[in-house]
Structures are given as C-alpha cells and as structure tokens.
Write a protein that binds this ligand. Structure first.
Ligand SMILES: [Zn+2]
Length: 286
C-alpha cells in the first residue's frame, strides 16, 4: 500500500518526483508530509542554483589565474631564449676581437727581428686561437640550449593558447549559465513561496528550524532507520510510523527531522517489529 503521492513538480525537470509510483491509497499520512517533501526538493534545488551562481565566478577566476601563470611560464622561457641570444652576440664579438688581434700580431710577426719576439707572437696567436675555439664551443652549447628552449616555448605557446581559450570559453559559458540560473531561481522562489502557503504553520516551522541547522528538514525512514542521520527508530515508534492512523507528523528522535515512509521501498520489512522482549514474553507466559 502506498501512503502518499507527491504533487507533480511545479517547475522544470530538475525537480524530479521523489516517489516513482503513486497509488490512490493515500489517507493516513499527515497531509503536510508530501508537501514538505516537495518543499524540500524546491529548497535543495534553490540551494544548488545559489551554490552554482556563487561557484562559477570562482571557477572562472581560477582559470584566469591559471592562464596568467601559463603566460608567466612562457615569459620565463622567452627570457631565457633572449639571454642566450645576447650571450652568443657577445661571444661572436669576442671571436672577432681575437681574430683582429691575431691579424694584428701576424703583421707584427712579419716585422719581428729576433726569435724571442717570434716565439712571443706565436704564443699570443696560439692563445687567441685557443680562446676562439673555446668561444665557438660555448656558442654551440648556447645554440643547443636555445634549441631546447625553443621546443619549450612551443609547448608553452600551446599551453597559453589552451589556457586562454578555456578561460574565455568558461567566462562566456558562466555568464550565460548564471543568467539562466538566476532566472530559474526567481521562478523557483515564486513557486516555493506559493507552495509554502499550503503547509501548516507548525509543520513548516519545525521543517524550517531543522532545515536551517541541518540542511534538510525531512527525511525518509527506511528499514527502521532515519536515512539522514542513520539512527534506528525505536520499535514502537517504527510501528506507529508505518501503521499509523493518527495522522500525526513524526520526527526523528535523534536528528529532529520530520520523517516520511514509503512502504513500497520498505517491502522486505513489512512484518511488524517485535516490541515485546523475549524476557517479557516468558514472564507473560508464566
Ligand atoms: Zn534522524
């Protein structure tokens, strides 16, 4: 037997029916129970929309920070490439200096008059040639480094393009999404406020109080357990909740949430829970 039906959702498909199948056999459940369940769906959806509206600008800001960091990483590589170029230019100038010096010494060498002078000039030429060789080796090393940096710059360029595209795309998407969410939220708020008027004052104030402190104000009891706080309900209370004809609102003794029960979901436990202890039965049987 189904004890209650949910009203069809008043807003879009984001608020699904809580109970898949409804029978016409409602009657013993407090009339506010299913209204509170619907209210909770509205409240949770409103929270989701508000959270999303708050989260999207943060996500966009994170993507912007990431894009800027990527630009910064590329700038480091570009700077390294520029430094290598400056280094090579200096090396080339140094090579030219040494070459000029060698040319000059060679002229002096042509005019040398004794062996000592010749040896000294030759020594200077050798020294300059060796310096040129060293500079050329260093220039090659610099070119190898530049090659590696260029490869890194290519990767950095791609990373910057991807990060900026993602940031721009997400920024545009978020503007559209926030506008849509705000529109949905306004419609939902209107529906929600109207719906609240259909709920009894006591039930509503209990729901509001619990929902404010715990996030939700009504929970399902399944297999004797409150599905929100996971506490077992006392057997007598569990039986009352399932077999009630007293039309009252039940609350969880542990978390204070209002409770709802769907017998269709609780089929394996239909048998009433034994409330009399074995000892009590023995005493009664004496
Ligand atoms: Zn509970």
């Amino acid at each position: 037997m189904q004890l209650f039906c949910l009203e069809p959702p008043l807003i879009g498909p984001r608020v699904p029916l809580l109970v898949a199948s409804c029978s016409q056999e409602s009657g013993t459940m407090h009339p506010d129970t299913d209204r509170l369940m619907t209210l909770q769906k509205y409240d949770l959806e409103a929270k989701r929309l508000r959270d999303e509206i708050a989260a999207l600008p943060k996500l966009v800001a994170q993507l912007e920070t990431k894009a800027k960091a990527t630009v910064g990483q590329r700038a480091v590589v570009v700077d390294l490439i520029a430094k290598e170029e400056i280094l090579r230019r200096r090396q080339e100038l140094d090579v030219k200096d040494h070459q000029a010096k060698i040319a000059k010494i060679r002229k002096q060498l042509d005019n040398a008059t004794d062996t000592k002078q010749v040896t000294a000039f030759e020594h200077e030429i050798q020294f300059a040639q060796s310096a040129i060789g060293k500079l050329e080796d260093e220039e090659l090393e610099s070119m190898e480094r530049t090659e590696q940096f260029e490869a890194q710059r290519k990767i950095a360029d791609e990373a910057v393009a991807a990060a900026e595209a993602k940031f721009e795309g997400e920024r545009e998407r978020s503007v559209t999404k926030i506008a849509k969410d705000k529109e949905e939220l306004a419609a939902l708020e209107a529906t929600r406020l109207e719906h609240r008027k259909t709920i009894g004052e006591d039930a509503l104030s209990t729901y509001d109080r619990i929902a404010k402190s715990k996030g939700t104000g009504i929970a399902e009891v399944l297999l004797q357990k409150c599905t929100a706080c996971q506490m077992m309900q006392r057997p007598q209370r569990w039986n009352d909740l399932r077999d009630r004809t007293n039309n009252e609102l039940f609350t969880c003794e542990s978390c204070g949430r209002l409770l709802w029960y769907d017998p269709a979901r609780d089929a394996p436990q239909r048998k009433p829970v034994e409330t009399e202890s074995i000892a009590a039965r023995i005493v009664r049987g004496l």
